[in-house]
Design a protein around this ligand. Structure first.
Ligand code: MN
Length: 287
């Protein structure tokens, strides 16, 4: 059993090229992590950026982390939050929330980052929506570099961000061989944002997901010659999830119900104060 490498798919979101590491047919989830889009880099102007208009979510938490640039988040809770590198936006959808990601009105320059979703467990997925911004996150010194702990715990250091199931996520910035202690009960995924890293005899570069099954108590990473890497981990998610569009649900009927609510604008997903248009797609083919 070694590292499993899957290639990301490519998509276009506004002006931004996206490398989608999760979900892929071969690998749907890593712990509760069920979606991972490496965004950019793309050139933003004060009025042109990600430009993702209001759209709904349920049953998941979104994690937004930038490596370059600035983005403005709006949501149906009334949040208006600028995010910059080193900061975390964490939105909990629960039974329903909607949001947009926009140009800031002032920032011009490159934008790059990653957006991740964590599936919520049965205990919280029908709960209230919520939003957290963390202006700074705890850091860990590693031999060979440093890590920012976005969610959960790395090397005894725990993020203040909310998690709903046993999950961790960290950004590693390494310029020398690094040994990273991990929970042997967790499965892990590695997504290189910049540079390259050798792990378990394979070289990982941007545009791929490296998956490691539960078992190891440490990961040995050798950057070539430096790397910025997202490390995602968690207990294998115990509930079978279904993903359709922006919803993490349990079956097709739930997807249909959620999407009818969004199309009818019946209040389940609230209203976002945004100049951008609501994102609307057709009902699922089975509806
Ligand atoms: Mn979204």
């Amino acid at each position: 059993m070694g590292i499993e490498i899957t290639e990301s798919s490519q998509a276009q979101v506004g002006i931004v090229t996206v490398r989608r590491a999760l979900p892929r047919r071969q690998r749907r989830t890593v712990g509760a992590w069920c979606f991972a889009d490496h965004l950019g880099p793309a050139e933003a102007t004060p009025t042109r950026g990600l430009d993702v208009g209001p759209h709904p979510h349920c049953g998941l938490q979104t994690v937004t982390w930038l490596t370059q640039g600035e983005v403005l988040h709006h949501d149906s809770l009334g949040t208006e939050q600028l995010i910059a590198p080193g900061q975390l936006n964490l939105m909990t959808a629960g039974r329903g929330v909607s949001h947009s990601e926009e140009a800031t009105g002032s920032y011009a320059g490159p934008v790059e980052g990653i957006q991740l979703w964590m599936a919520q467990p049965a205990a919280t997925r029908d709960g209230e929506p919520a939003f957290e911004h963390h202006a700074a996150l705890p850091e860990v010194d590693l031999a060979g570099g440093r890590a920012s702990v976005l969610v959960g715990t790395l090397a005894g250091t725990t993020s203040p961000a909310r998690i709903d199931s046993p999950t961790m996520g960290a950004e590693l910035r390494i310029d020398g061989p690094a040994t990273v202690p991990v929970d042997p009960a967790f499965e892990h995924g590695l997504i290189v944002l910049d540079g390259a890293v050798e792990v378990d005899g394979a070289v990982l570069t941007p545009g791929h997901l490296g998956y490691l099954a539960p078992g190891p108590a440490e990961l040995v990473l050798a950057p070539e010659p430096s790397a910025r890497v997202m490390l995602l981990g968690g207990l294998p998610f115990p509930e079978p999830i279904v993903m359709w569009w922006n919803y993490v649900i349990r079956d097709r009927a739930e997807a249909t119900a959620a999407h009818r609510a969004w199309l009818a604008d019946d209040g389940r997903f609230g209203t976002v104060g945004s100049a951008l248009e609501r994102v609307v797609v057709d009902l699922p083919p089975w509806a």
